[in-house]
Design a protein. Structure first.
Length: 256
């Protein structure tokens, strides 16, 4: 079946007529330019809008802001270790177990508490305080401090009421020195000052060892009794907790 030659003539005439108008008619030129502009501009606009959405919220206006920080204690884990003399034990805590509780919060610092009661000695003796060594391994944690931290605790006779030691590590850089007010800043700038950069999350491994002190007494009389306190180890409690924060930012009234 052959095409209609009249249609070809008709279409050709329209094209010729349109080309003539583009060359001579200003209104046609403007209309054609607008059509081309919007064909090009619309995809570019929506592409940029999509990119900004992926980046999150815009920084907002500059001004003077005040930050309100609310701190909370969140326990990662606690374990009681029954340690024999000279036989270390390792315990691990994974932040994945409290991921839901960390949602929407920053970790300001992590706190390690190690304690023991010194109540398992028997018999008589002096200098009965045990020596406890601690190794904190943060190789599996995103952090800004040393991978390995070691401590040794020797109470030198000051343990009758039990012993407790606390170690803290900042996960937000210079957290203790952060100001609460900010000048000529955006809301995003203020929040960024409290961002933990994902630090503090991962697996903490803590190794504890006891060097039990059996004590000594000076024999005297026909029945001096035991020469030590029969201390064969210690029960040590290890606790790991986070000080987490939530930040609210408000522009000061002078900027409204």
């Amino acid at each position: 079946m052959q095409g209609n030659p009249l249609c070809c003539i008709c279409i050709g005439g329209v094209v010729i007529s349109l080309m003539e108008k583009l060359q001579s008619d200003r209104d046609t030129q403007i209309s054609a330019f607008c059509i081309v502009f919007f064909v090009i501009a619309f995809p570019v606009y929506f592409g940029m809008a999509s990119s900004l959405t992926d980046l999150g919220e815009l920084p907002g206006p500059k001004g003077d802001y005040e930050a309100t920080v609310v701190e909370s204690n969140l326990t990662l884990g606690e374990s009681e270790l029954n340690l024999d003399d000279g036989e270390p034990q390792t315990i691990s805590f994974d932040t994945n177990t409290i991921a839901a509780d960390l949602e929407g919060s920053y970790i300001a610092y992590v706190r390690f508490t190690i304690s023991w009661a010194e109540t398992n000695e028997q018999g008589q003796g002096q200098d009965q305080c045990d020596e406890v060594s601690l190794e904190i391994d943060m190789t599996g944690v995103a952090h800004n401090v040393s991978n390995i931290t070691t401590e040794e605790y020797d109470e030198s006779g000051n343990c009758a009421g039990g012993v407790e030691h606390v170690l803290e590590f900042e996960m937000i850089q210079n957290y203790s020195q952060i100001n609460s007010t900010y000048e000529d800043a955006t809301e995003s700038d203020v929040i960024a000052a409290y961002d933990d950069m994902g630090y503090g999350r991962g697996v903490y491994s803590i190794t504890v060892e006891v060097d039990a002190d059996a004590g000594q007494i000076t024999p005297g009389g026909p029945s001096p009794g035991p020469l030590g306190n029969n201390d064969q180890g210690e029960t040590v409690t290890v606790k790991v907790e986070f000080i987490t924060i939530k930040v609210a930012v408000e522009m000061l009234e002078s900027n409204d």
